[in-house]
Ligand binder design. Structure first.
Ligand code: SF4
Length: 477
């Protein structure tokens, strides 16, 4: 079969994995890629599928030229409306089956299928469900057979059918390597792009704002949530990548790269001997030790991302479900910095119960731990996350607002997210100060800057420039 994928923003390891499996079974796969990421504000207040703009039209034209038998969309909340717009146009012009997968449709399959131009939703891990569905469409089996495809959701007799999920894929080594060619051919990545991969699936934690909470619920009783490839399998992929594309950097995008000491020890020995390329990974304050930090350094880690999210232990615990103490975060930073590893800290502004005192605590913590880069995210309520449920229980958002979130009308997390208008000025001030603490945090003038902050215009722009400056200074971008 000829399968067209549509995607925007950045490379997707999920699509690459599905594509690799489909190609290994003889199917033809094509990707139409749009580098533009839809912002939440692009569609203010409209419940209609947005009309296609010129760029979207060219994406749809590329698909039409491929003459696909079906079209597949992988959606996160930020590209969901964009995907609906193009899917509607494709359905009208080509009349082919349209499949939606990814985190947003997994959270709200019934809402996604309320759009009559979406024929199928695949929930959870998509590889084998996509393969089964393609085989079904190719064979012309009766529609009743759809009920036997795990992970699949579809309309039948005017109702939405939601099949149970199959167990998690436990043997990740058996999957083909990610299909990088898909994104290379689409012009989404090039020779200078870091080589992205994951060595594991799932996260041992369950932060309230993260989709892992939803996956834990969806797959309850369906096998171990966290699964990892063998070190040898990862090395084999990287040897293949070196030979074929000669990347200069590797980015491990595992939710938490450092969660298993024995795995890391074995992997780093092999990586050092056979790959020896600088790499980036996500660490976690819950499990970085002196030993694991030294191993990362030994392997060539030049940058580690860690989720700090707030300097208030109360906000982290009560709002975010994160149990590490500030002392643990300080130790994590010192282990990484003692090894000469640069650190990128993630911060979230606008937790439901965050007060000025909590924001002051954040500023103090960042000035203490001195990350090289800080990325500020604004609290954004995503469908079926625990924090969205909690916000509703506390009366912070209404059922109507949740419904709009489920329809993909979601604030942009680097803009003001889901934060109420009355809090944005205060939070913008702390975003500004937290970003500038990376540049001037040690200056004796910083307290004066804090006092003047309310009167300084263009704080968001300055914060963004500070972020760009620290990224360039540390050779990240
Ligand atoms: S540690 Fe990161 S990936 Fe894991 S649940 Fe928390 S936010 Fe999600």
């Amino acid at each position: 079969m000829r399968i067209a994928f549509l995607y925007n923003g950045a490379e997707s390891l999920g699509l690459e994995s599905i594509s690799a499996l489909l190609r290994s079974k003889g199917h033809e796969v094509f990707l139409a890629f749009d580098p533009f990421v839809a912002l939440g504000r692009r569609f203010p207040g409209s419940n209609l599928v947005p009309p296609l703009n010129a760029r979207d039209r060219s994406t749809a034209e590329r698909i039409k030229a491929f003459k696909p038998d079906l079209a597949g969309f992988s959606c996160f909340s930020g590209n969901y409306r964009w995907s609906l717009g193009i899917a509607k146009a494709l359905k009208e012009e080509l009349g082919i089956p349209v499949i939606f997968g990814g985190v947003h449709p997994t959270a709200v399959p019934e809402k996604t299928l309320a759009n009559d131009f979406v024929d199928f939703v695949v929930r959870g891990e998509g590889e084998f469900a996509a393969l089964d569905l393609v085989a079904h469409l190719e064979s012309g089996e009766p529609a009743e057979k759809l009920a036997s495809i795990p992970n699949l959701c579809f309309r039948s007799g005017g109702a939405v059918r939601i099949n149970p999920v199959r167990p998690y894929i436990s043997g990740l080594d058996a999957l083909p390597f990610a299909d990088k060619q898909l994104f290379l051919d689409a012009g989404a990545i090039g020779p200078d792009t870091p080589y992205l991969l994951i060595t594991s699936r799932g996260c041992p934690y369950s932060c309230t704002y993260c989709s892992n909470y939803m996956y834990h619920e969806l797959y309850r009783g369906c096998g171990a949530h966290v699964r990892r490839r063998s070190p040898d399998n990862v090395i084999a992929e990287l040897l293949h990548a070196k030979e074929k594309w000669n990347p200069s950097k590797i980015h491990f995008l595992d939710d938490v790269f450092t969660y298993s000491g024995p795995w890391l020890e074995e992997f780093i020995e092999k990586y050092r001997a056979q790959i020896a390329l600088p790499f980036y990974c996500y660490a976690n304050p819950g499990n970085v030790t002196k030993e694991s930090a030294a191993l990362l350094k030994k392997g060539g880690c030049y940058l580690a991302g860690i989720g700090v999210q707030s300097g208030s232990e109360r906000v982290r615990r009560e709002d975010y479900g994160r149990l590490e103490t500030n002392q643990r975060i300080i130790e994590t930073m010192s282990y990484l910095k003692e090894n000469g590893i640069r650190v990128q800290a993630d911060n979230i502004l606008g937790a439901p119960s965050e007060t000025v005192e909590d924001l002051e605590r954040s500023l103090r913590l960042y000035r203490t731990i001195k990350p090289d880069i800080i990325i500020n995210f604004w609290m954004t309520y995503y469908p079926r996350t625990k924090i969205t449920e909690k916000a509703r229980e506390r009366g912070l958002i209404s059922a109507e607002e949740i419904s709009r979130i489920e329809d993909g009308f979601i604030g942009y997390t680097h803009d003001t997210g889901s934060v109420e208008r009355k809090r944005t000025a205060l939070l913008a001030r702390y975003e500004f100060l937290i970003e500038l603490s990376c540049v001037f945090g040690e200056s004796r003038f910083f307290p004066l800057l804090s006092k003047l902050a309310p009167f300084i215009p263009f704080k968001k722009l300055i914060a963004h420039l500070a972020y760009m400056y620290t990224s360039l200074r540390h050779g990240i971008r």
